[in-house]
Design a protein around this ligand. Structure first.
Ligand SMILES: [Zn+2]
Length: 204
């Protein structure tokens, strides 16, 4: 029997429902709710949303030094002379920079890998920004690299791999303390837990 609750995929409503349904955390019901909400709003409001989405893709680029998302290159963190260029904090995703910055505890620079090594998903060291990191560390004034990859299997594997290739460069490698529950993603850590994890970081 045909499900008559779903609008035909070809029309404007169906198309938008399908697009929203692709977003993280939005199921088919929410996708329909948002679509019908937009149908009731003014054309001006709808245009604002559409413009915001398009300018996100047009204006945001990756910083050529740390690979964080940014509207200016180098990004505001890399180009801030008050940041400590002796420390680099390694994170998996740009969202992780946002949560760490929110704590205010860290004053160094970042390097965003855009993923983690995962043999099960076929992601190797060459697929994330590791080569760029080693290039960056060579002839740099960096004295400490802080591993802030996620506290799960992929994050641990990535931290271990990086530790092995960075240690020979004579740079201290530290890992965030275990305050973060195993299996958790940094993105969801609260400020207090994250601050403690930074303070209690230890050499690997
Ligand atoms: Zn940067």
């Amino acid at each position: 029997m045909k499900n008559e609750k779903q609008p035909p995929a070809g029309d404007a409503i169906g198309r938008l429902v399908q697009e929203f349904n692709k977003l993280p955390g939005i199921g088919p019901k929410s996708a329909q709710r948002i679509t019908f909400y937009l149908l009731r709003t003014s054309e001006e409001e709808a245009q604002k949303l559409a413009d915001a989405i398009v300018s996100l893709k047009q204006k945001i680029t990756l910083c050529s030094r740390c690979f964080n998302v940014t509207e200016q290159n180098p990004c505001p963190i890399c180009s801030n002379p008050r940041r400590d260029s002796h420390q680099i904090c390694i994170v998996e995703q740009p969202q992780d920079v946002v949560v760490i910055e929110h704590t205010g505890i860290y004053k160094g620079l970042y390097h965003v890998l855009h993923g983690a090594i995962s043999p099960t998903e076929g992601i190797s060291a060459d697929d994330i920004r590791i080569r760029e990191l080693t290039e960056r560390l060579k002839n740099s004034q960096v004295s400490e690299v802080i591993m802030a990859t996620n506290a799960n299997l992929e994050g641990e594997q990535t931290a271990m791999y990086l530790g092995r290739i960075i240690a020979p460069l004579g740079i201290k490698v530290t890992r965030l303390a275990r305050g973060l529950p195993y299996g958790s993603e940094l993105e969801y850590a609260d400020d207090v837990t994250l601050t403690r994890a930074f303070e209690g970081r230890s050499e690997v």
